[in-house]
Design a binder for this molecule. Structure first.
Ligand code: JF5
Length: 248
């Protein structure tokens, strides 16, 4: 098996350290042409803490390590013509066969996937093991989709240069749901997009009560909790109707 680059856990936290209290609850692997893109975002804040505590075992694999030719070719031109290049099957098949276990859920990231959502994040959070394969160029040879992928996800209707950012979005959304990853302060708030949720959040304010002439709505200072709850529900609904009528 080719060497694993960017194995953050070993590099930064001392190889192989584990104790009974730090057994990872989830393993996420990524197959990408751009491992360096993953170094910053997943090494900050809550995700950093999840990795350090062993709740999340994240490994990034370089797709080019699974080629055999001198030029480390990962792409080729589409049969039948057309613009751009496709990710060719051999390196991705070999990589997935080397990395994935029987229970691993293999996910492609591309604009052609089904729309990622909080519900899908919860679904993935229940898996032991994910392998996220990030797309590039015009996309994947269809046999990768048919034979290798359990799922194909999109984070929205726009085109990016590659699937690294979408993969990080999925990892962040899934990791924060793992038991123990969020602290009390972070998890106290109800999810805006939880199942059957109310839609968008109501407007919120903190001190000072007046800032540059802008006053916090009187009702929030009133101490009348029934009135406050009513105001918040109205505001949330109005905002949802205005910005996201599809949620109502
Ligand atoms: C990609 C072919 C993958 O652009 C994306 C993307 C947008 N929403 N969700 C994913 O992924 C990169 C581009 C072209 C395959």
């Amino acid at each position: 098996m080719p060497p694993q680059e960017f194995d953050f856990k070993r590099a930064k936290f001392g190889g192989g350290f584990r104790s009974a209290a730090t057994v990872p609850s989830m393993k996420i692997e990524v197959l990408t042409l751009f491992p360096a893109m993953f170094a910053g975002p997943l090494d900050e804040s809550i995700i950093k803490r999840a990795r350090e505590s062993g709740l999340l075992d994240l490994k990034i694999h370089q797709l080019r390590d699974y080629t055999h030719d001198r030029h480390k070719t990962v792409d080729d031109r589409p049969f039948g013509g057309g613009p751009g290049m496709l990710l060719k099957p051999e390196p991705i098949f070999e990589a997935v066969e080397a990395i994935a276990r029987e229970k691993t859920r293999v996910i492609l990231m591309s604009p052609s996937g089904r729309p990622f959502s909080q519900a899908i994040a919860r679904e993935l959070g229940a898996c032991d093991d994910l392998l996220i394969v990030t797309g590039h160029y015009e996309g994947f040879d269809e046999r990768i989709r048919e034979q290798l992928a359990d799922d194909e996800l999109s984070i929205g209707d726009y085109v990016l240069t590659n699937g690294a950012l979408p993969a990080m979005v999925v990892i962040d959304a899934v990791a924060r749901l793992l038991p123990g990853v969020l602290g009390d302060d972070e998890s106290a708030k109800e999810e805006s997009f939880s199942a059957g949720g109310p839609g968008l959040e109501y407007p919120q304010y903190t001190r000072p009560a007046e800032f540059r002439g802008m006053k916090v709505p009187e009702v929030l200072l009133s101490g009348n909790h029934a009135q406050i709850a009513k105001w918040r529900a109205e505001q949330a609904r109005a905002r949802t109707k205005e910005r996201r009528p599809d949620l109502l």
